[in-house]
Design a protein around this ligand. Structure first.
Ligand code: FMN
Length: 444
């Protein structure tokens, strides 16, 4: 494998798709590549227990939290502008960002929230997105460890986690959430799911990723009681929330999940990792969980790995960020593609969306097409690219990506999000987001 050169992560020096391909070949990366980009325009089929849904192409926008909702959790004008861009990009599927099911679990006072008061706002937002003929997914979440808002004096921990507490020792004294608190959550997910369905969403995501609450519980090896320890206990709340959501939805509404296939946090604190250091993925438990959920009707997974709060380079390969990534970004991309392939090959009927491709800039279409060709995923999602480039999907499918519009993997959107500012791309969408970045991040 390519010896990691520190300077290398700060530059993206490929000037042609062939140069990238040769570099990957010479350095032993098993990253798919196809000059034929027609797979991007292929129409994937989501197979549900109640029928099949055909989408207009194989590209999606990932959930991207914008921290720009009104204080009541409804969509602001800026939220609407983001979704007009996402759906106008030409992508077939728009996976809406993290939407809190309860007020105390919001990541900021401006996270979206689904309840009776915000239902109408979601209804008109979804109707606007659908004008662009996109399939729309609602991401339901409880932000647990990362809850941070004026209603909640401290974050809401599901389990003790040494790796996180080493970073924030003050969290050691905060008690973990009780079984009683967790017992009440499936009903809250179900209520939000019903409102989302009535608002017109096509699919409901029970989110378990990035160490937010349901994912943190998947890794709660050291928690005592019915939600910790054994595999059955750790998946209990995820499965209960999934069941509760399923029980209130119409059969034609698609059941989905944004799932961390592996947290890549050392055992015993991460989900789906092999024993030992450094953390490496072991997807045995992920497959066991997916066996259970697909049998219950899960049809759509937006795969991811790691946690942006702990190992962001795993989650989104980048050139620049809050720390120097300990590996070349292509190592991270290869890991994401390997995991996606393993799951897609094990569950061929599941629609798996691949991730991490924004790092590749204007060359992303070739790797995305290669991944689709070898069925390493059914669709390819773009997150940071969607913030940056408002017609990325149409341009990718046409083979006309503008290098001046692509994401440059600089992590500035993540910096803004971390400080709960209005989140978007300060490089390519400067009018709105450069002043935000200057004010919030450069004055720090
Ligand atoms: C600013 C920002 C906000 C994000 N918000 C969410 C979110 O609300 N829900 C989620 O599941 N992932 C979220 N993610 C992760 C992305 O969906 C995606 O997995 C990641 O950016 C890698 O994809 P990319 O390489 O196309 O950017 C966010 C990422 C960033 C940088």
């Amino acid at each position: 494998m390519f010896a990691y050169d520190k300077k290398d992560s700060y530059t993206f020096s490929f000037t042609s798709p062939d140069e990238l391909r040769l570099y990957m070949e010479r350095n032993g990366y098993h990253i798919p590549f196809s000059k034929d980009i027609s797979p991007l325009s292929a129409k994937p089929v989501i197979k549900t227990p109640h029928g099949e849904i055909t989408l207009k192409n194989s590209l999606a926008t990932h959930p991207m939290e914008g921290c720009d909702a009104n204080i009541d959790g409804s969509a602001s004008d800026l939220t609407r502008r983001r979704y007009a861009r996402f759906s106008g990009s030409g992508a077939a599927l728009v996976w809406m960002e993290a939407i809190s099911v309860v007020p105390e679990a919001r990541t900021s006072d401006h996270q979206m929230m689904l309840n009776d008061n915000t239902a109408d706002s979601f209804k008109s937002l979804v109707a606007d997105i659908k004008k662009n003929d996109a399939f729309v997914v609602a991401q339901l979440t409880h932000s647990g460890r990362f809850a941070k808002n004026s209603d909640t004096p401290h974050a809401l921990f599901a389990t003790r986690s040494l790796p996180f507490e080493e970073k924030r020792p003050q969290d050691k004294d905060v008690p973990v959430l009780t079984d009683d608190y967790l017992d009440a959550l499936p009903e809250k997910f179900a209520k939000a799911a019903k409102i989302a369905e009535d608002a017109g969403f096509d699919a409901i995501d029970v989110k378990a990723c990035h160490q937010y609450l349901l994912d943190e519980l998947l890794s709660a090896h050291t928690r005592e009681g019915k939600y910790g320890g054994s595999f059955e206990n750790r998946i209990r709340l995820m499965v209960d929330c999934f069941d509760a959501v399923r029980s209130v939805l119409r059969p034609e509404t698609v059941l989905a999940s944004r799932l961390s296939l592996s947290d890549m946090i050392e055992a015993p604190y991460g989900f789906a990792v092999a024993e030992g250091r450094p953390a490496t993925p072991d997807l045995t438990e992920t497959k066991k969980l997916l066996e259970i959920l697909t049998a219950k009707g899960l049809s759509l997974v937006d795969m991811t790995m790691g946690s942006p709060y702990f190992n962001p380079h795993v989650n989104r390969p980048y050139n620049r960020g809050s720390y120097m990534p300990p590996e070349h970004p292509l190592v991270g991309l290869e890991r994401l593609i390997d995991a996606s392939r393993e799951i897609q090959h094990t569950f061929p009927d599941l629609t798996v969306i691949g991730t991490g491709y924004s790092y590749l800039r204007e060359f992303a279409p070739y790797v995305a097409a290669g991944a689709l060709k070898e069925k390493a995923a059914s669709m390819i999602g773009f997150g940071r690219m969607a913030f940056a480039y408002d017609t990325f999907a149409t341009d990718m499918m046409a083979g006309k990506v503008d290098p001046k519009k692509v994401c440059i993997a600089c992590s500035k959107c993540a910096e803004i999000k971390r400080l709960s500012g209005l989140t978007g791309c300060p490089i390519r969408d400067q009018e709105i987001y450069l002043p935000v970045y200057r004010e919030l991040c450069m004055k720090k």
